[in-house]
Design a protein around this ligand. Structure first.
Ligand code: ADP
Length: 357
């Protein structure tokens, strides 16, 4: 009996689909506005630093409140993310190792014509591992990781966003090697922002100045990584600055299998290898985040089947195992979030502007 010691499930074990919305991180073309609240692209493991203790003397000329804000909110410490934590994307990983990580670790070897690019653009559907890659590069390069979300810049720092950008780059320079990660970079540096108000335009120019500054200073060990689900929105000036433009596509069947295995390893389950393969097959077109959501949903089934009274008394090792049936139910609730059409757009953009890896 695979569900040894298990408590029988009640018939109404399925949660309402709306419950699942909690698991979703982003959707392509998802809601986003200048008035959105700050949503850090970095996961739950981050901790903020003890800001004021970290202000180096070289930053004394800057607004201390802003410096503290950046050190406290934008600079993240997180559990190291290794390449093994990212399923698939093998060629992107080797490109990054050679072109970005080693130069950050050994700047003395990568000088002159060997000088690495300072701007990297990761583009592709949401939930495919762009943030994970940026965090892994920071982990492997032993670099400080600053992440900003443009909607927070424009909403929180009305009139001061330019100054904040300047301060951000100065703080990053004081903490080299450093990575500045800009999620949803299109919303900050899009074609459209030229037609918007003057302050947005000034903000954009400020960014370009600093991107150029980082690029022209061989000594600087600052890398700017932009991530976007809408590369076609970027204007030409910005696109040119992100010298390396890498497509981060949906996971292959193998990569989906890796993600599934890694997640279900954390719970009691009775899936065998052929069922895991079957799941990888059934999740064709799912993003990494979709697969993650699916597995988490299925993993909740044993808990969902308990009554409140049972939940009070059950020991963790008495929980029923997660079954293929749980996954089949989950597949009916959690569907893929990226359409084939969306993917086609990325492929087309990649053909024109992407860097082969
Ligand atoms: P993006 O920045 O592309 O929107 P993230 O890097 O934030 O996506 O990924 C969201 C989540 O999806 C990750 O925290 C991880 O759980 C899962 N995920 C996405 N892609 C992968 C992958 N290639 N390997 C492992 N997990 C992945």
């Amino acid at each position: 009996n695979k569900e040894q010691g298990a408590i029988r499930r009640t018939a109404s074990a399925d949660a309402a689909p709306s419950e699942m919305m909690n698991f979703r991180k982003k959707t392509l073309g998802g809601k986003r506005s200048v008035s959105s609240n700050f949503v850090s692209p970095v996961g739950q493991t981050q901790t903020t630093t003890n800001a004021s203790a970290n202000i180096p003397p070289s930053l004394a000329h800057l607004d201390p409140k802003m410096v503290e804000q950046i050190l406290g909110e934008s600079m993240h410490n997180f559990k190291n993310v290794g390449w093994d934590d990212i399923a698939g994307l093998e060629s992107a990983k080797s490109t990054f190792l050679e072109a970005i990580i080693m130069p950050l670790r050994r700047p003395d070897l990568f000088t002159g014509v060997r000088c690495p690019p300072r701007g990297v653009l990761l583009f592709g559907p949401p939930g495919t591992g762009k943030t994970l890659i940026a965090k892994s590069i920071a982990s492997q390069a032993k670099a400080k990781f600053f992440s900003i979300n443009p909607s927070s810049l424009t909403s929180k720092w009305v009139g001061e966003a330019e100054k904040l950008v300047k301060t951000l780059f100065a703080v990053a320079a004081a903490h080299q090697p450093a990575i500045i990660f800009i999620d949803e970079v299109d919303s900050l540096l899009s074609k459209r922002s030229g037609n918007e108000n003057e302050s947005t335009l000034r903000l954009k120019n400020e960014f370009l100045i600093h991107l150029d500054g980082a690029a022209s200073n061989e000594e600087a060990r600052i890398l700017v990584i932009g991530a976007t689900n809408r590369p076609q929105e970027l204007d030409e000036a910005v696109r040119r600055r992100f010298v390396r433009r890498l497509y981060v596509p949906l996971p292959t069947k193998d990569a989906r299998q890796q993600i599934i295995k890694k997640i279900i390893r954390q719970v009691k389950h009775n899936l065998d290898q052929s069922e895991v393969e079957q799941l990888a097959e059934l999740t064709e077109g799912y993003s990494g985040a979709d697969v993650d959501t699916l597995c988490r949903y299925a993993s909740m089934a044993p808990l969902r089947s308990l009554s409140a009274e049972q939940m009070e008394v059950i020991e963790p090792d008495q929980l029923p195992a997660v079954t293929m049936e749980d996954f089949n139910k989950a597949l009916r609730v959690i569907s893929k979030s990226v359409s084939a059409e969306d993917c086609q757009q990325f492929v087309a953009w990649n053909e024109i502007y992407g860097v082969r890896h």
